[in-house]
Ligand binder design. Structure first.
Ligand code: SF4
Ligand code: SF4
Length: 148
């Protein structure tokens, strides 16, 4: 039964600006978005920023809305183990991926109507991968260590 409800699960790295460290931001993921979280590691960095590794599970829609909420609070969100890469040779600038991207990492640039991909904004939620008709969005292992 649990599998039917919590179909989507990712390990994320959250970086909190020092203004947000004391706020119960993660609590809202459960309360407002019906997501289940499991904190795997957490630390306060020397510059008073917070960093947290957590496993987040829920429906795809709630996951997307929860990530949007985190970004709106100024939290930097990254998938712990993977990165997203765009194959420019395959991309046709159709814009389909921009409709599903919760962080604004994929956006239409006007007036050229080119689809730009800002990797810094990408949370590696992978929602764009199946949404892309020519499969231009690819998942690859991340090369950055956690809590380095
Ligand atoms: S994985 Fe795709 S949909 Fe998700 S944040 Fe990154 S670019 Fe947007
Ligand atoms: S859905 Fe795929 S082909 Fe279309 S703009 Fe996005 S990356 Fe490019």
């Amino acid at each position: 039964m649990l599998l039917e409800v919590y179909v989507y699960s990712k390990i994320l790295i959250l970086r909190f600006p020092k203004t947000e460290v004391q706020k119960p931001v993660v609590y809202h993921l459960t309360k407002d978005f019906d997501l289940v979280f499991n904190i795997l590691n957490a630390a306060i960095l020397p510059r008073k920023e917070g960093v947290m590794a957590l496993e987040l599970s829920g429906t795809k829609k709630n996951f997307k809305d929860g990530v949007k909420f985190l970004k709106a609070q100024g939290v930097h969100v990254k998938n712990a183990s993977q990165e997203i890469k765009r194959d420019h040779n395959k991309c046709t600038d159709c814009g389909a991926c921009t409709a599903v991207c919760p962080t604004g990492a994929l956006a239409v640039q006007r007036p050229e109507m080119k689809v730009i991909f800002d990797r810094e904004k990408c949370s590696v939620c992978e929602l764009c991968v199946p949404a892309c008709p020519p499969r231009a969005m690819e998942i690859r292992p991340a090369d950055r260590a956690l809590f380095e």
